[in-house]
Design a binder for this molecule. Structure first.
Ligand SMILES: [Zn+2]
Ligand SMILES: [Zn+2]
Length: 108
């Protein structure tokens, strides 16, 4: 058996050392798939990429919700409806300046 160029691994459960092919090691690192020590203990790399994907998905969802809110607000403003009290006002600008001064400054 040829043992050269193997990446040395150590079992997280029984501390047995074993070697795996570096290419396989890379694949495991990327995919987060389970592999086994010679005694059959399952090992798994944490999944940095999957974590990143979830993180980005969450961020995207949040942005999408913000975007939906903004576009609702925009159509409200365009139709003369106060985005805060959801009522129509003849002079929306005046209403917002008087009733929601923070909103007009973009704080609320
Ligand atoms: Zn083991
Ligand atoms: Zn209002």
């Amino acid at each position: 058996m040829c043992n050269e160029n193997l990446t040395e691994m150590k079992c997280i459960k029984c501390a047995t050392k074993f070697g795996i092919d570096p290419i396989l090691n890379k694949n495991l690192l990327r995919s987060g798939r389970t592999f086994y020590c010679p005694n059959g203990h399952g090992q798994v790399y944490s999944k940095p990429i999957e974590k990143k994907v979830t993180e980005l998905e969450n961020k995207l969802n949040k942005k999408n919700r913000q975007l939906a809110k903004m576009s609702r607000e925009l159509s409200n403003l365009k139709s003369g409806t106060c985005p805060k009290c959801f009522k129509k006002f003849v002079n929306l600008q005046k209403h917002i300046t008087n009733k929601h001064p923070k909103y007009s400054k973009g704080v609320a």
